[in-house]
Design a protein around this ligand. Structure first.
Ligand code: 13P
Ligand code: SF4
Length: 329
């Protein structure tokens, strides 16, 4: 067979297979009374079958409101754990067990307990990108959408902020009244963009605003026109008159942004912006997860209860800050 024919055949088979998988997911979803929740960084094929798509804060809230018996969480493990902490009576499934967040693994309950002994007067704020055990050891959680108002809401001067040093550093800029004790964790995806990548993109597209996620390094954030959570990107583009934007976050965002703003031009400053573990979840794994009901998230009840308090304190405060945008720089 000619190469061209093979290519056409392959495309048709892939399309057919995708369609069959999509139908299977929709059928099983109904049978199981399940909701599919997906983070903005998920593969396009997964975003397309999701009932709810959003940033970590939106997904934490969405997990609460669903009437489903089963939540299939397409994202990374801490997100599915958060859904289980808030919905202990529901079955929460992470389609790929290995889909973890390397940054969340950079802090453990044990190491945090030691740090708390060093700073007995400090409050502990944990980024939601952390394990259930770390949440249980913390006073309050935050996401990239509400980190500044959460830190400001605390009466403490000293704040141990775990695990993202870049988000912690960003928060410190807006909270000079606080002493933020940074943990040395970082996002293995956002750390890969450099200030030079942004300068190159700005040279090519001088009128394009640069929107950045606060997990980017400080010298990259210095160049940003706007810093926000993943959902904040869409609201910013919606309000801006510009026609081209430099996107400072994971490539999965492009699909949603293109869908929300088809007339706008979106530029990725580097091809390095790929979160490998977010990309592990495929349509095939979602279908498999619903079929065999794996992998169920289980959390020891004493840890779950303590972690739930930490998340609820965040929810109570972020009621006043429903918008994903945290700050303009
Ligand atoms: P958001 O809360 O902004 O969606 O970010 C989650 C995340 O993992 C970013 O890397
Ligand atoms: Fe974790 Fe970074 Fe991937 Fe987000 S993008 S899940 S913080 S490694």
């Amino acid at each position: 067979m000619e190469n061209m024919e093979l290519e056409v055949l392959e495309k048709a088979t892939t399309k057919d297979l995708k369609q069959k998988l999509r139908e299977k997911v929709l059928r099983l979803k109904k049978e199981r009374n399940a909701t599919i929740v997906a983070h903005n960084y998920q593969n396009v094929e997964v975003q397309e079958v999701a009932d709810i798509l959003g940033d970590s804060l939106a997904l934490s809230k969405a997990a609460l409101g669903t009437g489903a018996d089963v939540v299939v969480f397409c994202g990374v493990d801490f997100m599915a754990e958060t859904a289980k902490i808030l919905n202990p009576e529901k079955t929460v499934i992470l389609p790929v067990r290995e889909a973890d967040c390397p940054m969340a693994l950079m802090v453990t309950g044990e190491r945090l307990r030691q740090k708390k002994k060093e700073y007995p007067n400090a409050a502990v704020v944990c980024y939601v990108n952390s394990s259930a055990e770390v949440k249980a050891e913390s006073d309050i959680a935050c996401t990239s959408a509400n980190a500044i108002p959460i830190v400001k809401s605390l009466p403490h001067k000293q704040i141990i902020f775990v695990p993202d040093k870049n988000l912690g550093h960003w928060v410190q800029r807006f909270c000079p009244e606080k002493e933020i004790i940074l943990w040395q964790g970082f996002c293995t995806t956002h750390i890969r963009v450099t200030a030079q990548d942004i300068l190159n993109a700005k040279e090519k597209y001088p009128n394009a605003p640069f929107i950045a996620h606060p997990e980017c390094p400080p010298d990259v954030l210095d160049l940003a026109d706007h810093v926000c959570s993943t959902s904040g990107f869409s609201s910013y583009i919606g309000k801006s008159k510009a026609d081209t934007f430099i996107i400072g976050t994971e490539v999965g965002m492009i699909f949603k942004l293109k869908k929300d703003h088809p007339a706008k031009r979106l530029i990725m400053p580097t091809e390095q912006f790929v979160c490998q573990t977010m990309k592990m979840t495929t349509l095939g794994w979602v279908a498999h997860a619903l079929e065999v009901m794996e992998h169920k998230i289980e959390i020891p009840e004493d840890i779950r209860r303590r972690a739930e308090k930490t998340l609820w304190r965040m929810m109570d405060i972020s009621k006043d800050h429903p918008n994903a945008v945290i700050a303009s720089y």
